[in-house]
Design a protein around this ligand. Structure first.
Ligand code: SF4
Length: 365
């Protein structure tokens, strides 16, 4: 039951998800104790290094340029700005910094070179450094690895079947291909998804099924609860209830026993008791800091107080995998290839995305 498997079926995963809650919690917690220290939680800080103006149409995302939302965009931050935020995160107890840029895919050029320098800089602060920059080619993944990247985040978001109801500007396969490009390096993979987007329970199981197919499993698996932002196509989605989150975390823990399961977006909507239940169910990582890219997140002091009340410790950096060496730009063995990869543009129509795009145009007119 506790072995690492890559052949979970959606039906089996659904059976796990639908168990009586106390049984599910007991099973998940037992597996959690076998693979992890149940009193240690890894803390990551997300820095939005380039915000808004994204060409994609992800139905949940306020950073898509085509929707009208209240977020304030910014161009790519400087290395020093990122370094200052990383140092604050380190002081606050974070072991990992995740840098997010609202890009469809990485483009070779000065901005990517700047991100590589950010990677080197944060690695030298002895923090795990992660990036989420959109789709990457194999050469770009190798350049990130050479700069000292510890993890690359690329969420599959939802099941392959439901993907077409949320995003029309890229295909599910592009996500998988990017993860496979990252896997050709020593960079660990962070990949999970979002619940509460109107998907069925089968879709939730389908998302986990896809994650179990990766070999090895992603080292981190963020489970996000949708934060419905006004102006996005999913603005009217009702919030999920806490037991759905607990079930999803517990199921992820059972089918991905060795991965770090991360409570990500949506924590502000959870009580401390709800979060404690998620930790018991096998969550062992959180995002800290008052913002998650553009949506609110609990204050780091509140998190640390909760950790104290629950007797939880923060995980040290490089606990599971050793720190990568950073090769300086002038010694790099990889070149910028100026690639123009043909990532898919399925461009099928999603009615609610089209509607929100139309409304945004009218507001701007
Ligand atoms: S989720 Fe990422 S790719 Fe999608 S619109 Fe937002 S920033 Fe762009």
């Amino acid at each position: 039951m506790n072995e690492i498997r890559h052949d979970w079926t959606k039906e089996e995963i659904l059976q796990v998800y639908n168990k009586p809650l106390m049984e599910l919690l007991y099973e998940a917690s037992t597996i959690h104790r076998k693979y992890h220290d149940p009193n240690t939680v890894q803390v990551s800080t997300l820095i939005s290094i380039k915000t808004g103006g994204c060409s994609e149409d992800c139905g949940y995302c306020p950073q898509a340029a085509r929707y009208h939302t209240d977020i304030e965009g910014n161009d790519l931050m400087t290395v020093n700005q990122v370094k200052a935020q990383a140092l604050r995160a380190k002081e606050g107890g974070s072991s990992r910094v995740c840098m997010g840029a609202a890009w469809r895919n990485v483009k070779d050029g000065p901005e990517f070179d700047q991100v590589l320098e950010m990677v080197r800089t944060i690695n030298k602060l002895d923090m795990e450094v992660c990036c989420t920059l959109g789709m990457v080619t194999e050469n770009q993944a190798k350049r990130l690895a050479e700069a000292g990247l510890y993890a690359y985040n690329h969420n599959i978001d939802t099941s392959e079947e439901y993907y077409d109801d949320v995003i029309s500007t890229r295909a599910f396969k592009d996500r998988v291909d990017t993860i496979e490009n990252v896997r050709k390096t020593n960079v660990t993979v962070c990949s999970g998804g979002i619940i509460g987007m109107g998907e069925s329970l089968e879709d939730r199981a389908g998302m986990l099924e896809t994650l179990t197919r990766f070999s090895p499993h992603p080292e981190s698996v963020p489970i996000n609860a949708l934060v419905a932002v006004e102006g996005t196509p999913l603005e009217e989605q009702p919030p999920i209830n806490i037991f759905e989150m607990v079930r999803m975390v517990a199921t992820a823990r059972i089918v991905l026993p060795d991965s770090q399961v991360r409570l990500s977006a949506g924590r502000t909507q959870m009580s401390r008791e709800g979060q404690a239940m998620c930790f018991f169910a096998g969550a062992n990582s959180i995002f800290a800091g008052d913002k998650l890219l553009t949506t609110p997140n609990p204050d780091i002091d509140e998190d640390m107080k909760m950790f104290k009340d629950l007797g939880l410790n923060t995980q040290k950096p490089f606990f599971k995998h050793e720190q990568r060496a950073s090769v300086e730009a002038e010694n790099s063995q990889y070149q910028s290839l100026g690639e123009k990869p043909k990532w898919t543009r399925p461009d099928h129509k999603i009615e609610r995305n089209e509607q929100k795009k139309k409304e945004a145009k009218e507001i701007r007119a």
